[in-house]
Design a binder for this molecule. Structure first.
Ligand code: SF4
Ligand code: SF4
Length: 294
């Protein structure tokens, strides 16, 4: 099985819409059996782009937190003094501020009475979604929770299990924004990355940062330029940089008001308006990806 991750280095450049469209095109007519993952666990929305409902959800323990047993506690306050995250407060009795606890375990080490243990807690969930023949595994972090990288890792593990069960030959991942821990977790095991960008100076800066991450992991990548006709000079700067870096340009997708219109209607542009210029460009991108996979 091959794994492709779609990334952008930031949000708002059309990554999830493009991932949804590619999943549809790659699976169309049974060409490929694929599992889709939504690893943007802070703001999962791939199912909304696909117009699909959750089949089932289950809680996930992707974080550890300190737990205090007050029956054993001698109120010495050593735990409060050692916690670098300010997660234990109180004057005469330790009070845990759970949301800021990083589960590092320092308090448990210094506790003279063994009153503190670090235990896994449920801090997110995995939602399973069906969209046509495509199975979607989507992670969702609880509000105010941390450890999104660990949750992404668990989402990908679940997606690989789904792929094995359904004998899929492709895992397509809608990656998280940014260049941090969740992105690195999403990239683990990837054979190829598609980098979605648009012709603006800030998108180019984000692209340059994500390319540095990919180079660190030696993952080959190509670029999909969304809203390619939005600003000529920025497009030219981007193309010049891609050439300097020997990064392939996989597709130029023109700005198309039909795309947001189809999203507002709860459908995919490539399905609702298959002959629109943007849909044709996305089809070319899916063909290019299929060639890379083959
Ligand atoms: S586990 Fe670490 S972060 Fe949490 S309360 Fe203890 S020392 Fe603080
Ligand atoms: S270090 Fe242990 S005994 Fe001391 S206040 Fe904290 S929990 Fe209680």
């Amino acid at each position: 099985m091959k794994e492709i991750v779609i990334l952008s280095g930031k949000g708002g450049v059309g990554k999830s819409s493009l991932t949804a469209a590619l999943s549809h095109l790659l699976a169309e007519n049974g060409k490929r059996r694929l599992v889709l993952t939504d690893t943007d666990v802070d703001a999962p929305n791939l199912h909304l782009v696909l117009g699909a409902e959750f089949d089932r959800s289950f809680g996930i323990q992707a974080s550890d937190k300190a737990v205090i047993d007050y029956d054993k506690c001698s109120r010495c306050m050593a735990c409060r003094d050692v916690c670098k995250f300010g997660s234990i407060i109180g004057k005469d009795e330790p009070v845990l501020v759970s949301y800021s606890c990083e589960g590092c375990g320092a308090c448990a080490i210094v506790c003279p009475t063994g009153a503190i243990t670090v235990q896994p807690v449920e801090n997110g969930k995995i939602n399973m979604v069906h969209s046509g023949s495509v199975r979607v595994v989507a992670g969702e972090l609880g509000i105010g929770e941390s450890s999104s990288g660990r949750l992404v890792d668990m989402v990908k593990k679940q997606a690989r299990q789904e792929a094995a069960l359904t004998r899929s030959d492709l895992l397509l991942t809608d990656g998280p924004p940014g260049i941090g821990c969740p992105v690195i977790a999403a990239l683990k095991g990837a054979d190829y990355a598609v980098l979605v960008t648009e012709p603006t100076p800030s998108a180019l800066s984000d692209l340059q940062r994500i390319v540095k991450v990919l180079r660190g992991f030696r993952i080959p990548a190509g670029v999909a330029l969304n809203r390619a006709d939005m600003h000529g000079p920025s497009r030219n700067r981007l193309l010049a940089w891609l050439e300097e870096e020997s990064l392939p340009l996989l597709a130029e997708i023109p700005y198309d008001p039909l795309l947001p219109q189809s999203l507002a209607q709860g459908g995919l542009g490539v399905v609702m308006y298959p002959d629109a210029p943007s849909s044709l460009a996305i089809k070319d991108l899916s063909t290019a990806l299929a060639d890379i996979l083959d």
